[in-house]
Design a protein around this ligand. Structure first.
Ligand SMILES: *Cc1c(COP(=O)(O)O)cnc(C)c1O
Length: 334
């Protein structure tokens, strides 16, 4: 099967497995796993931030970031299609006990002007606006990305108004590949960043929360209370280190392939509304009487897996486990 369901479906490559199996490990709950310590220092340094914390998932790093930067009776501001709102089971409410103000952006992106209108005044009838969350790239926005120049006014606004700014960087390296900005640029713009290793980078598990020493210290406590403290997880961290050393440079290939698939789909009379293709995500609609379900069924019978993003909407994601032969077959079938 050619699996375009997500860039999370990748399996460790033989060299990655080798790196994992030869990892030096210890008990990370005592901060004594050298492979985890190494990965945390490496990622903190990459983003030019003080510290980082290895966690099992991107949902956990986002949820920890939300909890440590808000208090009860607060509210976070984010785009209506953002993962922290739509795809983390309402964790902002369940874990942090806060509300949410949803903005309607363009392809998942929001601006400082929009945010400024929705920061609540200091008044006892309204929740306190304490956090803004951006996503880069935007998953439901079709893999769109922010450039540093677009984020800077949001950073300035948050500083002026005393709000924290978190980046859900599940696909931050796809964004950096497309924009040409650096991880350090991002580190200067945000108070905290979630960095996933198990999306385009191809590691089996893991996300890091990056931020100041004080923020990461708080984050460690919250990771513990959520049961996210792991023991000899250096085997997993070694996969992440391997991914950062070997799989960053190839992300452009995923982006190029998504464009080629988009061109192929554009020729089809039964496909419409292909969203602008910026990175490795391709979202489009199929025309009635066809539905996403019937189209996916047909693809499946031809050896291709993808997911529905709505009754008429389909998502393809390209990633490192699609071989050149599979890609050629994919183009032929489409
Ligand atoms: C995948 C994803 C996450 C985190 O997902 P996990 O499966 O918990 O690692 C967070 N944000 C976005 C935008 C994502 O696509």
């Amino acid at each position: 099967m050619i699996n375009l369901m997500s860039d999370t479906v990748t399996r460790p490559t033989p060299s990655m497995l080798k790196a994992m199996m030869s990892a030096e490990v210890g008990d990370d709950v005592f901060k004594e796993d050298p492979s985890i310590n190494h990965l945390q220092e490496k990622v903190a340094d990459l983003f030019g931030m003080e510290d980082a914390l290895f966690c099992p998932s991107g949902t956990m790093t986002n949820q920890i970031a939300i909890q440590v930067q808000t208090g009860r009776l607060d509210e976070m501001i984010c785009e209506q299609s953002s993962h922290v709102y739509r795809s983390e089971t309402g964790g902002y409410a369940a874990n942090a006990g806060i509300g949410v103000k949803l903005l309607h952006g363009t392809n998942g992106k929001i601006t400082a002007d929009q945010i400024a209108k929705d920061i609540n005044p200091d008044y006892d009838w309204v929740p306190r606006s304490s956090l803004v969350v951006l996503e880069n790239t935007c998953n439901f926005g079709g893999g769109s990305y922010y450039r540093k120049e677009e984020i800077q006014p949001i950073t300035d606004l948050c500083k002026e108004k005393g709000l924290a700014l978190h980046l859900d960087g599940a696909r931050i390296f796809n964004a950096l590949t497309a924009s040409g900005d650096t991880a350090r640029d991002m580190g200067q713009l945000f108070d905290s960043i979630s960095v996933c290793l198990s999306k385009g980078l191809g590691a089996p598990v893991g996300s890091l929360l990056v931020g100041s020493r004080e923020l990461v210290k708080q984050a460690r406590r919250v990771r513990k209370v959520r049961g996210g403290g792991m023991r000899q997880a250096g085997f997993l961290a070694a996969a992440g280190t391997y991914a950062l050393d070997n799989h960053l440079d190839r992300l452009q290939e995923d982006h190029d392939r998504a464009k080629i698939l988009g061109e192929q789909l554009a020729k089809k009379s039964f496909i419409e509304n292909i969203r602008p293709i910026h990175t490795n995500i391709l979202i489009f609609d199929v025309k009635a009487p066809m539905t996403a379900a019937t189209y996916l069924e047909d693809l499946k019978s031809k050896g291709i897996l993808a997911v529905a993003f709505g009754p008429q909407t389909v998502r393809f994601v390209t990633h490192l486990d699609i071989t050149e032969d599979q890609f050629q077959e994919l183009v032929r079938v489409l």
